[in-house]
Design a protein around this ligand. Structure first.
Ligand SMILES: NC(=O)c1ccc[n+]([C@@H]2O[C@H](COP(=O)([O-])OP(=O)(O)OC[C@H]3O[C@@H](n4cnc5c(N)ncnc54)[C@H](O)[C@@H]3O)[C@@H](O)[C@H]2O)c1
Length: 230
């Protein structure tokens, strides 16, 4: 987004991660600010939007990407009847309620600005198909697809487009343990036989945020090395 000329407010619960991204952007001649904030807390989300607006005057695009895997909320490998209520709630709080809160405050701001906007939410291939031992993650990501479709319909007349990106397996800290445990088995199901890079997901997101995607809203864009086609 920075390469395309966007000025960026980068937020993460781990503020040092946001700062590291901002340093890269600013060192490359871009313009960005970092901020901390937890997407499960509505006050934090409202404050993040307010800080972005204070810094840059308005918000034209938003990318709601914060998320956690099942390993963050409980033991791996649990089927639905084994999941604790606590794990299920903790998953939904970040991966579904967090997206709702971001959408709510971003859209309020975009409506107040009166000149439309574009929002991309991160779902997953797990937002489109089931995935054994990930019922909480799958439920949250299917929820993101539903939120995306509904917001797209509600705000089309306001010129606000809302889409989601549905990545397959991407090499990030989130997938490190899983890939170490059963990477060969997973990659055997991916026609390209490799993981994606974060940059390959980012390219799709930047395009969806741009005016080049002007007729696209409510869509789930799979970027998965062919996984979903198989
Ligand atoms: N890596 C994959 O294979 C894959 C596949 C499909 C979808 N996704 C989704 O992509 C998104 C990014 O995941 P990633 O793979 O880069 O994982 P990651 O763990 O590397 O990054 C996730 C980021 O979200 C932040 N975060 C977590 N909880 C937060 C909260 N409550 N408030 C604010 N920030 C919070 C973390 O600090 C971290 O920086 C997630 O929504 C994930 O579900 C990832």
């Amino acid at each position: 987004m920075a390469r395309e000329g966007a000025r960026l407010a980068v937020a993460d619960r781990a503020e040092e991660s946001a700062s590291a991204t901002v340093e890269l952007i600013n060192a490359a001649g871009g313009q960005a600010i970092a901020m901390g904030g937890d997407v499960t807390r509505e006050d934090d989300v409202a404050a993040m939007v307010a800080r972005a607006v204070a810094a840059f005057g308005q918000i034209n695009c938003a990318f709601n990407n914060a998320g956690i895997s099942g390993r963050a909320v409980g033991p791996a490998g649990q089927r639905t009847h084994e999941l604790s209520r606590t794990s299920f709630d903790a998953m939904l709080a970040v991966n579904l309620t967090g997206v709702f809160l971001c959408l709510k405050h971003e859209i309020r701001q975009m409506i107040a600005q009166g000149n439309g906007g574009a929002i991309v939410n991160t779902a997953s291939i797990a937002g489109l198909v089931g995935l054994p031992t990930s019922a909480h993650y799958v439920a949250a990501k299917h929820g993101v697809v539903g939120l995306t479709k509904t917001a797209a319909m509600e705000y089309a007349q306001d010129g606000i487009r809302v889409n989601c990106v549905n990545p397959g397996y991407v090499a990030t800290p989130m997938t490190k343990d899983t890939m170490e445990a059963r990477g060969d088995e997973i990659l055997a199901k991916v026609p390209m036989h490799r993981m994606g890079s974060p940059e390959e997901i980012a390219e799709a997101v930047v395009w969806m945020c741009s005016d080049k995607a002007s007729f696209m809203t409510g869509a789930s864009q799979v970027v998965d090395g062919g996984y979903f086609a198989a």
